[in-house]
Ligand binder design. Structure first.
Ligand SMILES: *Cc1c(COP(=O)(O)O)cnc(C)c1O
Length: 371
């Protein structure tokens, strides 16, 4: 029985050809032309003025926080159910993360809980689109407008997705993407910052490149990072972006196929195929064990592993992270939905290279295990 990995990317387009161009011309560093091309192509696709390619989606968030001048004394509201990168960027900048719980159906941040968390110190809302359906942006945009807050939009899982017909990644003062191999398009490792604001774009470009100065290169007024993307990575990204529409069609088909096969398992909550504002793009196919199921996600995942089927647990809530305990950031916070889905949720193989035969095996085994 061949193992079925939780993710395998598809690299069947012009990736090799563009990589060969890098090697044939010797342009492999971040100075190569594919970097600019990827920035321009993704910005155009999402309808933004500026793109800044970086080395991953996590550092894109670091740069976004610093560029928006968020620091000590400031608060940023974010979902507790997300990847550590979001809270880490806020904490590293010396600001305070303020979490909201999840919607039990979409697993996105419950936008109805945001307003109660706004204080005079709130600077921004970090919106994170989770697993395939976008956050209800209209409510977030209205709050940002009402209270004068910035929006950081983490669209790492949302390439090609739209909210009410408008591209995800077009809503934030700064929006970020990741190109890790499990995302809809990949550069191996990589990320992107998008904005319409020229000054923010310039600041992010400077932060990406150690804050070297144009005139006095080695004299620094600010501390940056080396978060540059190489031309080799960008070459893969340009080829991947050419295929994004096909990838989305493929992912939607996969999601619907799984849903058809798993719909009759009584103990499983499946992802919604659509909401009133978007059709799911199934970044990953997540499932949550219903309350009457007498075991946790960990046990199901262990059983699937015996059949060589790869899975991943759901995110672990930020307010339950051991690393934040001594910092006393989340004293007495409870987010019952996120706490439950973290323990009851997991995702099954969902990568673009997955074929129907593999999906059928996953569904058969999962059906069996759930008995
Ligand atoms: C993957 C991901 C990131 C981090 O991206 P990396 O490129 O792996 O650093 C950030 N936010 C979300 C929501 C993600 O899914």
């Amino acid at each position: 029985m061949e193992p079925i990995p939780v993710n395998e990317p598809l690299l069947n387009g012009n990736e090799k050809q563009y990589l060969n161009q890098c090697i044939d011309t010797g342009w492999i560093s971040s100075e190569g032309s594919f970097v600019k091309q990827l920035e321009e192509n993704l910005a155009a696709r999402v309808g933004r003025h500026y793109g800044i390619a970086v080395s991953n989606g996590s550092v894109a968030l670091d740069a976004a926080i610093v560029a928006l001048q968020i620091g000590p004394g400031d608060e940023v509201i974010l979902p507790t159910f997300t990847i550590i990168s979001c809270a880490a960027a806020i904490v590293r900048a010396g600001a305070s993360p303020v979490v909201v719980d999840s919607d039990p159906i979409t697993w996105n941040m419950d936008v109805n809980q945001i307003e109660d968390k706004i204080t005079p110190r709130t600077k921004a809302i970090m919106v994170v689109h989770i697993y395939g359906l976008p956050v209800e942006m209209e409510a977030v945009l209205a709050l940002a407008d009402k209270y004068g807050l910035s929006i950081i939009e983490d669209a790492a899982e949302m390439h090609g997705q739209t909210y009410n017909g408008k591209p995800c990644g077009s809503f934030g003062d700064i929006s970020t993407f990741s190109f890790y191999p499990n995302k809809h398009i990949t550069t191996g490792e990589g990320g992107m910052i998008l904005t319409n604001d020229e000054q923010l774009a310039e600041h992010c470009r400077s932060l990406r490149n150690l804050c070297f100065q144009p005139k006095k290169r080695f004299v620094h007024n600010e501390l940056g990072w080396n978060m540059r993307m190489s031309n080799l990575q960008a070459a893969v990204g340009v080829a991947q972006l050419e295929q994004l529409d096909e990838f989305i069609i493929r992912k939607r088909h996969m999601g619907q196929y799984y849903t058809k096969m798993l719909a009759n398992i009584p103990g499983l909550q499946l992802p919604l195929s659509q909401t009133e504002y978007a059709k799911n793009i199934y970044w990953v196919y997540g499932v949550v064990l219903k309350d009457d199921v007498p075991f946790d996600a960990e046990e199901v995942m262990a059983r699937l592993r015996e059949y060589k089927i790869g899975t991943r647990p759901f995110f672990w809530p930020m307010h339950e992270q051991p690393v934040f305990k001594p910092m006393e950031l989340f004293d007495k916070i409870s987010c019952p939905v996120a706490e439950r889905i973290a323990r009851r949720g997991f995702y099954i193989p969902s990568g673009l290279a997955l074929n129907e035969e593999q999906m059928e095996r996953v569904a058969t085994v999962l059906t069996e295990v759930m008995k």
